[in-house]
Design a protein. Sequence first.
Length: 296
Amino acid sequence: MTLEIREKGMLDVAGAEAAAERLATGFGFGEGPVWDRAGKRVIFSDMKHDHMRSWRTGEGIRTFRQPSGKANGNTYDRQGRLVSCEHATSRVVRQEKDGAMTVLATHYGGRELNSPNDIVVKSDGAIYFSDPTYGRIREDVGVPRELQLAFRGVYRVAGDGAPTQLLADDFEQPNGLCFALDEKRLFVNDTMRGHIRVFGVKSDGTLTGGEVWAALTGEGEGRPDGMKLDSAGNLYCTGPGGVHVLDPRARCLGVIRTPERVTNIAWGDDDLRSLYLTGITSLYRVRVKVPGRLTY
């Protein structure tokens, strides 16, 4: 079974033919896919091998950047520059158009960040990222070392040279995040607690609220991790058994089941109807009915 239908709206959103197609395999720990519009390729992280790779139709897998600081989440900013979270260095970095690297965040309150994990950029250019501890406690996805912060938070960086601003610190392990279509809400999931929370976004970019919006349940490997919205406001999030699809009212419409645990997702291809998925060992693609959305 490749499609688990929980509500009839699942067929309208994902389509009856939605199924995970394996594009490439042999990776150590896939993460952070992002669609490169100019290059018509998907770029993603292989954390275990300290490697960022790309895949393009007709070309297959190529090296994008190595070493990568055991990069995890990636996104593009509004100027088309790639922004990445590095587990091994506890940094948020940006790759400039000429290939140079700019460091955007490393510390909070004089202490090193845990291990920045996933990342989004708001339309005003501000960067929001999650900071769990995985990159400091697991050798396969980071470099084991002492924690300097006593909490796991979500942060904002308003622009080059701006201080790292703590927005929320009451997570067990914050992970995937994405804005609502109007950017008035920010969804953040907590991997260990198995749920997605929703925050209001104030005019100054800070957050309010943070109540649980949805819990992801079901059979199979996987927990809340990577998360994206489509163009109709439906939320796709990795979870038990594959990718869970929730409508704007937080109803789980169903699950696109996958052959292995998937970690993160990204919209891609010219029509934005392809959902690229990173699994632990492989890269997949799922074709859906409702197009996704890019925020850059």
